[in-house]
Design a protein around this ligand. Structure first.
Ligand SMILES: [Mn+2]
Length: 413
């Protein structure tokens, strides 16, 4: 038996504000298409997708159409694709349409979702091929159970989950992180909470955190595997290994192999312009440092860049506008998408002694702080609310979050 385990594909993600929008949109389909091709070449018995096939619950019709096209070769080859819903496929879903259910009813995936009894116990009903839904599917003697994202209390559910399983040779698909292996802060359980899963399941196929990790039992035998996202979804992920697991099962023993994928190049860099007297000089420094940092790029594809400008300069930081920087960037590496964080501060010569003016980021914070503090009901929470306001601003600028997700951020506080 052989299977492929992937997760967090995030189809439908793009940067709405970027000119490279269409190309970036294709990245995620190309990545899934490559994985599908590998699965066929390797003649796996099935594929597992441990959540977040889609970037949002409400996808565009063309995203659905492209997903079907991408999964078609798998369906034609008769390789079952077993999936669960992640937080991105699931949260804030308020109307009756679920794209994951639709895919399942059309036979492109087999969506697993448990049901709950009135007293809160889990029930994994056998997969119903006609309805396209169930909690448990059997393939050549392996019993695959599916749990999507069940929220932040996942750790408290482990015992009830295990109690609902009466078979042997079990695999569990579970969209949850395990702290501190997982790089995300929400939706994790503790290692000691997860550990009892090892008694019931031989292979726990995780998803959620976009960084790969494997968790061992006390005897150092691995039991839970998180492949991470095969593409770089957000800035920060350029540091992680990217790939999926190809797993063979022999006499009940699992052998995993991490198969690297090739995500679009993503770079986060800090460029220090300290001491620049005027904008032209700063631009020269910018160019020189950029050339240096771009030298490590080995991929032909247009990169995704996040650039932070730091240092104390003697001209107004506004002079290094986005358009001006963009010209140099386009000439040197034609990035598909850039995010620029201007943290430059202005030094002026006032009455003989030098005073450093606050950076734009600091001024912004001060203004927000003042505005928030002027409402008495917010007193004592100013710092927290300033951080929230800035986080929401950043998300909006990135342009890939739904309004409802932003509302969710507000409701959490
Ligand atoms: Mn994800």
């Amino acid at each position: 038996m052989k299977f492929l385990h992937t997760a967090d594909i995030h189809l439908g993600k793009t940067y709405r504000t970027s000119t490279g929008e269409a190309e970036r949109y294709e990245d995620f389909f190309r990545m899934l298409g490559g994985i599908v091709a590998d699965a066929i070449t390797e003649q796996v018995d099935f594929i597992l997708i441990a959540g977040d096939l889609f970037h949002t619950g409400q996808i565009l019709p063309r995203t659905f159409a492209r997903t079907i096209e991408t999964l078609q070769p798998l369906k034609d080859a008769g390789i079952p694709c077993i999936a669960v819903e992640g937080n991105h496929d699931w949260i804030h879903r308020r109307d009756s349409i679920s794209w994951m259910e639709a895919l399942s009813q059309m036979g492109y995936i087999h969506l697993l979702r448990p049901s709950r009894t009135e007293t809160g116990e889990y029930r994994f009903d056998p997969y119903d091929y006609a309805q396209g839904i169930g909690g448990h599917i059997e393939i050549n003697g392996l019993n695959i159970y599916g749990l999507g994202y069940i929220g932040t209390q996942a750790g408290n559910h482990v015992q009830r989950i295990c109690e609902a399983v009466t078979t042997t040779n079990n695999i569990l698909l579970f969209h949850v992180g395990v702290w501190t292996f997982s790089p995300v802060e929400i939706g994790n359980m503790k290692p000691e909470e997860a550990l009892p899963l090892a008694d019931t399941f031989d292979y726990v196929a995780l998803g959620h955190g976009h960084k790969p990790y494997i968790i061992n039992e006390q005897n150092n035998k691995p039991y839970a595997y998180n492949p991470g996202s095969p593409e770089c979804v957000n800035f920060g992920e350029e540091k992680y290994d990217k790939g999926y697991y190809l797993v063979t099962v022999e006499d009940g023993r699992y052998h995993h192999q991490f198969r690297p994928t090739l995500p679009r190049p993503m770079m986060v860099m800090t460029i220090n312009l300290d001491g620049a007297e005027h904008a032209d000089e700063a631009m020269e420094q910018f160019r020189t440092q950029l050339i240096d940092k771009l030298a490590v790029l080995q991929d032909e594809r247009r990169p995704l860049l996040e650039i932070k400008l730091t240092g104390r300069v003697r001209f107004h930081p506004f002079e290094l506008g986005r358009e001006r920087l963009r010209l140099v960037l386009d000439e040197l590496c034609a990035p598909l998408h850039i995010e620029i964080k201007n943290h430059l501060s202005l030094v002026t010569a006032a009455s003989g002694s030098e005073t450093e003016k606050k950076s734009l980021a600091e001024i912004e914070k001060d203004v927000l702080h003042e505005l928030i503090a002027s409402r008495s009901e917010y007193k004592g929470r100013e710092d927290e609310l300033v951080r929230l306001a800035l986080a929401i601003r950043d998300q909006v600028l990135k342009g890939d979050v739904e309004g409802e997700e932003l509302l969710g951020l507000l409701q959490e506080t």
